[in-house]
Design a binder for this molecule. Structure first.
Ligand SMILES: Cc1ncc(COP(=O)(O)O)c(C=O)c1O
Length: 370
C-alpha cells in the first residue's frame, strides 16, 4: 500500500519522498484543479461538512439539485440522481429493476460492485467469457424463455479494455434484454462528449440501457450517479433502500462535481490530450515487449503471469521515483497487473522517464511480461 502525505497530481509525496505518479484514476487531473478545489472549499464554508440527513428527510440542499440538473444536461437525459458512492450504483439499479428480469448474464471479470449487486436479487446467474459476445449469445440461446439482464463494466478497471457494446447491443434487441454498463472509468473519457461507452459506440439512446457512473475518477470528486428517464430516476428516489437510507452527499463533493462538470464541458481538449498521451505510451510499452492492452483508454496494464515479476517491477519503479501500483485487488483475473493510469497533466518528461525505466528493467531482467 502506498501511504500518501500529499494530495494527488502528476507528483505525490509518499513517506516524505516525491514521486512521479501514475496511479489512481485522476484521468483529467481534476482532483487538484484550482477551480474544483475553490468550489469545494467555498461550499464547506457555506454549508459545513455534512448535511447529516438522508435526501428524503432534510438532507437535500439546493446544490444537490443543481448537480443533478447539470449531470442530466451533461448526459442528455431527462434526470439524474446522486448518491453515496459509485460502488453502490449497480446495487441501486438492481433494487429498482427487480421484477423486470429473471436471469443475469455477467462478464466473468466484472468489477466487484457488479457482482456484489447480485446479492440484491438472487436470480439465475450466468458468467460469460470476458468480452465475448458470442459466448454471451450461446448462453442467451441456452436460456431462451428467460428475461435477461446483461451486466458488464464499460472500461474494465484493471485491464483498461472497453467492453464490446457494439456486439453486445444487437443481443439486447434480439433477446429483449436489459443492459447495465458500469461506466465508472468511462465517464468524462469515452465518446465524443465524454458520456461513456454507449456514446463511444454511437449507440442510440435506449431505455433498456442503464449506466452506473461515478464522480470519483475523471470528474476528480466523489459520489455515484445514475442518469436516465424520469421514470427510472423517480423509481430510485422512491424505492431504492440504499438511496433512501443513506446520508446525502456532503457539500464539498457536490460543489466539486458541479465545478468539474463545467471544466469537462468547456475543455474537451483535456480528454483528447490524455488519450493521445496514453496511446503513445501504450505503443512504446508494447514495443518494449511488455504484455498490455490495445484499447484507447487511460489505463495501461502491464500484465504478468508470475506475481513476483509484477511486484518486482513495481518496487523497481518505486525505488527509482515512480509510483505504478501493483494491483493487489479483488479480481478473478489470473494475471498479475501493474496498472499505469495516465492523466491529462502528465508531461513528456514523465512519460519518457517511465519508458526509460521500463526498458532498463527489461534489459536487466531479460523477461517479457507474462
Ligand atoms: C468498474 C468500477 N465500478 C465502480 C467502482 C466504484 O466507484 P467508487 O469508487 O466511485 O465508489 C469502481 C472503482 O472504484 C470501479 O472500478
Amino acid at each position: 500500500m502506498i501511504l500518501l502525505n500529499s494530495g494527488i497530481g502528476n507528483y505525490v509525496i509518499s513517506n516524505g519522498k516525491r514521486y512521479s505518479y501514475f496511479g489512481g484514476n485522476n484521468y483529467l487531473g481534476l482532483a487538484g484543479h484550482p477551480a474544483v478545489k475553490e468550489a469545494s472549499i467555498k461550499a464547506t464554508e457555506k454549508y459545513g461538512v455534512n448535511f447529516s440527513a438522508s435526501r428524503i428527510t432534510s438532507g437535500t440542499a439546493d446544490i444537490h439539485l443543481e448537480l443533478e440538473s447539470k449531470l442530466s444536461e451533461f448526459k442528455g437525459k431527462q434526470d439524474a440522481v446522486v448518491f453515496a458512492s459509485g460502488y453502490l450504483g449497480n446495487s441501486i439499479l438492481l433494487e429498482v429493476l427487480k421484477g423486470r428480469y429473471t436471469a443475469v448474464f455477467i462478464d466473468q471479470y466484472a468489477h466487484p460492485s457488479l457482482t456484489t449487486a447480485l446479492h440484491c436479487d438472487n436470480k439465475d446467474i450466468h458468467y460469460y467469457n470476458h468480452c465475448d459476445a458470442e459466448h454471451l449469445e450461446d448462453l442467451l440461446v441456452r436460456h431462451k424463455g428467460s428475461s435477461p439482464l446483461i451486466m458488464t463494466d464499460g472500461i474494465f478497471a484493471l485491464t483498461g479494455e472497453i467492453a464490446p457494446l457494439d456486439t453486445i447491443y444487437p443481443l439486447l434487441k434480439k433477446y429483449s434484454a436489459l443492459l447495465i454498463v458500469d461506466d465508472a472509468h468511462s465517464t468524462g473519457i469515452l465518446g465524443k462528449n465524454g458520456k461513456g461507452t454507449p456514446e463511444y459506440f454511437n449507440l442510440q439512446d435506449d431505455e433498456n440501457i442503464f449506466q452506473s457512473e461515478t464522480m470519483s475518477k475523471a470528474l476528480g470528486g466523489y459520489g455515484g450517479f445514475i442518469s436516465g428517464s424520469t421514470i427510472i430516476i423517480d423509481s430510485i428516489r422512491e424505492k431504492s433502500a440504499i438511496y433512501l437510507s443513506s446520508t446525502a452527499l456532503p457539500p464539498s463533493v457536490v460543489a466539486a462535481g458541479i465545478a468539474s462538470l463545467e471544466i469537462i464541458k468547456n475543455e474537451p481538449g483535456l480528454r483528447v490530450q490524455m488519450l493521445h498521451r496514453a496511446s503513445g505510451l501504450r505503443k512504446e510499452i508494447a514495443g518494449l515487449g511488455f504484455y498490455t492492452n490495445k484499447d484507447e483508454t487511460p489505463i495501461i496494464p502491464v500484465m504478468f503471469s508470475e506475481k513476483h515479476k509484477a511486484m518486482g517491477l513495481s518496487s523497481f519503479l518505486e525505488d527509482s521515483g515512480i509510483i505504478v501500483p501493483f494491483m493487489n485487488y479483488p479480481s478473478k483475473q489470473d494475471l498479475h497487473i501493474l496498472r499505469i493510469a495516465v492523466s491529462a497533466g502528465h508531461t513528456d518528461s514523465q512519460a519518457d522517464e517511465l519508458t526509460g525505466l521500463l526498458k532498463k528493467w527489461k534489459n536487466r531482467n531479460q523477461v517479457g511480461s507474462t
